[in-house]
Design a protein around this ligand. Structure first.
Ligand SMILES: [Zn+2]
Ligand SMILES: [Zn+2]
Length: 187
């Protein structure tokens, strides 16, 4: 789906769409959106640019970084962008937010700039990018997730293991041997 900027010149353009984000469009395979992304929003002409406000709602499936268990989570993502027409009748895009026009609740510093291509915004691409950007670096199924035991690999959320927690890190073990020798030589 493409949003034509011209359609917003005489009044805000509103839309609602269900965007399917299939796996190949997301470069990371641990994040999948099994359903579609509910995408609604408005495009408002603020002269010379446009204000794009949208809200993405979807459910994604991640793999916990600690216990490696897949889990699902609901996402509700409000977004806003300054859209420049680009090319012919707009200034070149920049990463800084530009002027304050249009930004009512959000300050201009919160807005990133999108450049329309051929007078339109590719909504599909935008949704894919935002879904991907929103994937956490270290997804966790629960803040209290115990993770896997580094020694026996048991999921510590499900069962306790008998591994002793103190176990000396092999790097410290070498140091410990040196310390032992030193104390031996001193006595
Ligand atoms: Zn976990
Ligand atoms: Zn263990």
């Amino acid at each position: 789906m493409h949003l034509q900027l011209d359609q917003a010149r005489n009044g805000p353009l509103r839309w609602r769409d269900a965007v399917r984000v299939s796996a190949p469009d997301l470069s990371r395979d641990e994040a999948l959106v099994p359903g579609s992304v509910d995408c609604e929003g408005s495009l408002t002409f603020t002269g010379p640019d446009f204000l794009l406000q949208t809200r993405l709602r979807y459910r994604y499936r991640l793999r916990c970084d600690r216990c490696l268990t897949p889990y699902e989570e609901d996402v509700d993502l409000p977004l806003a962008f300054v859209v420049t027409a680009g090319g012919t009748d707009g200034p070149a895009a920049s990463d800084d937010a530009g002027d304050a026009h249009g930004g009512r609740e959000l300050g201009p510093e919160d807005l990133s700039t999108l450049v329309a291509v051929d007078g339109a915004v590719d909504l599909y691409r935008l949704v894919c990018e935002q879904v991907e950007l929103n994937v956490p670096m270290k997804p966790t199924c629960d803040a209290a997730c115990q993770g896997l035991c580094p020694q026996c690999g048991v999921d510590r959320n499900r069962e306790a293991c008998t591994c002793v927690a103190e176990s000396v890190d092999p790097r410290w073990a070498a140091l410990e041997a040196v310390r032992q020798r030193l104390t031996d030589s001193l006595t």
